[in-house]
Unconditional design. Structure first.
Lengths: 199, 199
DNA sequence: TCCACCATGTAACTGGTTACATGATTAC
DNA sequence: GTAATCATGTAACCAGTTACATGGTGGA
């Protein structure tokens, strides 16, 4: 009897709660306002998800009587929840993960630093890089083999994919360099300086 | 009483069926084998989806007694289905489409050429391009404004997104050039094109 | 005969969406 | 007192997943 792993939404919630104990309302706002907007929102998704996490013992919600405001249920990770989050973050990256879509991997990356430290983030990037390379190459091979028999639109759509994966591959190199740089400088605190921007 | 628009899967099925009348089995194989793998597969999704499309009158399934094989139900588009597909393909591209994810847009692009001709595909690319530019710029602005207060991982994740959108923007330029080239050279397609002349 | 494969379906479960309900607090 | 906002929930519905069922066909 397999306990279904938490959905991506579940892991996103775990990650955010780990970062800072939060109420459902807080989390909704985060999803709605920050660049994580592609992840769902709306009470009908989040409150039930939090209940599921609590039922699995990954999270513990305590009603706080915030002076002067309506009671809010503050969730924080349990030890089990923390372990589950770590397990998800360190799960080996496979071809199928890349294929299924890169957004879950980016979410994992975004949480790795604060949950497991910069070294783990670098390790993640290296794995990601290693998975991207053959994937892009495979697409390229498929493209070369089938280009002649595909309509132009199909060929171009594939090329778009190849370019996207290549771009991400290049990004992993850049990101690793950034981490190394931030480590060699002041230790422990990831450098917030250097707002160069991409490119 | 709004009939819910077909889901993305529904449109994907319409597009594939338009290209060539197909059975559920054919469609499953397409999803499983071609680079469209990210779209679902598995009978439990496809057969019910086909039934829904039929119930909406977008598609008509006829049992063919393919000599020597088990009967297969061949679906083909109805006029209504064709119209619905065209409506989806030509729906204006908005910021929210880009945000929600680019894969639906790529699917639309891939079907546009065969359904509506090369001119429509070019028009789609131009719209797509026009939507990508401000989106990437907006991300960039957000990044610059918040980089200082974000952990390195968050900053890098955002930068990855910016790079991805830039790469896609560049791709739209390339794709438009490719279409122009294919049109000016040997016209393979019977000219549905030339509506407004390639600007 | 039995197995492998083609092809279609179905049932149980899960999770997300939309829309609404509820109640507490602050501002007027 | 009433409106706006904070905050949590709930119910109905819908689509997708997994896993299984069905049955027809060809080949050993």
């Amino acid at each position: 009897m397999r306990l279904k792993d938490s959905s991506v939404l579940g892991y996103a919630l775990l990650g955010l709660i780990q970062r800072k104990p939060s109420s459902g309302y807080d989390l909704r706002k985060l999803f709605a306002e920050t660049a994580m907007g592609n992840y769902s929102s709306s009470p009908g998704a989040i409150y039930p998800a939090l209940e599921r996490l609590q039922a699995q013992g990954l999270v513990l919600g305590i009603v706080k009587d915030m002076a002067g405001l309506r009671r809010r249920r503050l969730y924080r990770l349990t030890a089990k929840g923390s372990a589950e989050l770590s397990k998800w973050l360190t799960r080996p990256i496979e071809r199928s993960d890349v294929k299924r879509g890169v957004s879950e991997l980016m979410l994992r990356f975004a949480f790795t630093e604060q949950a497991l430290g910069a070294a783990a983030a670098i390790a993640f990037l290296q794995q990601f890089r290693a998975a991207l390379k053959p994937y892009a190459a495979g697409l390229q091979v498929y493209l070369r083999a089938n280009a002649a028999s595909m309509p132009l639109s199909g060929r171009l759509a594939l090329e778009c994919g190849v370019r996207g994966y290549r771009s991400m591959y290049a990004w992993t190199g850049y990101a690793i360099r950034q981490y190394r740089q931030s480590q060699s400088g002041t230790d422990s605190r990831p450098a917030k300086t250097r707002k160069g921007g991409p490119r």
